[in-house]
Design a protein around this ligand. Structure first.
Ligand SMILES: CC(C)(COP(=O)(O)OP(=O)(O)OC[C@H]1O[C@@H](n2cnc3c(N)ncnc32)[C@H](O)[C@@H]1OP(=O)(O)O)[C@@H](O)C(=O)NCCC(=O)NCCS
Length: 274
């Protein structure tokens, strides 16, 4: 019997419609010994990939992302962080490989000093984070990538809101293409989002624009560090509302925040700690 056979694996103990969103700030991890410990968790393939990254910031982001996803998955089970194996699907979406293939549903994103990992018990989950201070936004970029409906929506909004609305739509779109695993191989104008004042974002497929997709739900969160996060979840039970519990973790050290912050779909987004 191999050691892996002795660990029984249950799906992450999360109700349908719930996402745990874990996040780590790179600048809170400064001890080189800590980074050495993260390196020890990596597979040979991950170490090879790390060796190809040059700028120190990118190396650290990659390393912390690997440590975070490993520690997050281990949070729900007895599998130790170094034992997870990952494989990339056709368009690059990482999933857990043998002997615990398909364990949970998770997705990673990193931007401007933050790494996030969204987890659900099942279904498909996607996550995207961008800094609100990102400057490469605006109508020309929207015209290039967004659907006609989204460009019209942006053009109708006051100019001082363009940056903010652009990033909301951008992260929502990325969360969806990451949830379905297609990544940017899926043209971004094949679908569009509306942002109702009184509820969660809604997804429409461009060729069926009459009604929103009811088997997907989306939520947006914003951290005080001005990171804007969107998450997407395919719902096995279409009647369940999406609920997001966001918690900060330093991999191998533990959870930083006390109680989880809860974001419900009734909010267009939820401001954490403020
Ligand atoms: C997925 C994608 C949209 C992410 O864009 P991004 O905003 O630059 O990056 P993010 O930080 O939000 O997300 C990156 C993470 O998403 C995950 N990811 C990669 N491809 C993914 C996909 N197709 N679907 C879902 N998640 C994916 C990875 O965990 C990645 O982090 P890692 O490289 O540290 O493991 C973009 O990289 C893409 O389309 N890639 C597909 C490339 C492709 O088709 N490759 C085929 C050959 S492998």
């Amino acid at each position: 019997m191999t050691p892996s056979d002795t660990i029984s694996l249950q799906r992450p103990n999360l109700p349908g419609g719930h996402i745990d969103l874990w996040y780590s700030y790179l600048d809170r991890i400064t001890n080189p010994l800590q980074l050495d410990q993260y390196y020890e968790l990596l597979s040979a393939m991950e170490r090879d990939r790390l060796a190809r990254f040059r700028p120190e910031r990118v190396r650290k982001e990659y390393l912390v992302a690997r440590a975070l996803v490993r520690c997050v998955l281990s949070h729900y089970t007895d599998v130790p962080p170094h034992r997870w194996n990952f494989i990339a699907e056709n368009h690059g979406k990482p999933v857990v490989q043998s002997p615990w293939e398909g364990y949970g549903a998770f997705n990673l994103s990193h931007s401007s000093g933050l790494v996030i990992c969204a987890v659900a018990a099942g279904g498909q989950v996607g996550a995207d984070v961008e800094s609100l201070d990102r400057t490469t936004t605006g109508i020309p970029l929207a015209r290039r990538f967004f659907s006609r409906q989204e460009v019209d929506f942006l053009c109708r909004a006051p100019e001082h809101q363009w940056q903010e609305l652009f990033l909301q739509i951008w992260t929502l779109k990325e969360s969806y293409i990451k949830a379905i695993g297609h990544g940017l191989s899926m043209p971004l104008d094949r679908f569009f989002f509306t942002l109702p004042d009184d509820g969660p974002p809604k997804l429409y497929l461009t060729d069926q624009a009459a009604s929103p997709q009811t088997d997907w739900q989306f939520a947006q969160l914003r951290l005080p560090s001005r990171h804007h996060i969107s998450v997407a979840l395919s719902l096995e039970d279409q009647n369940s509302d999406i609920v997001v519990h966001a918690r900060e973790m330093i991999p191998l050290e533990g959870v930083l925040s006390g109680d989880p912050v809860i974001c419900s779909a009734a909010n267009n987004w939820f401001f954490l700690n403020g």
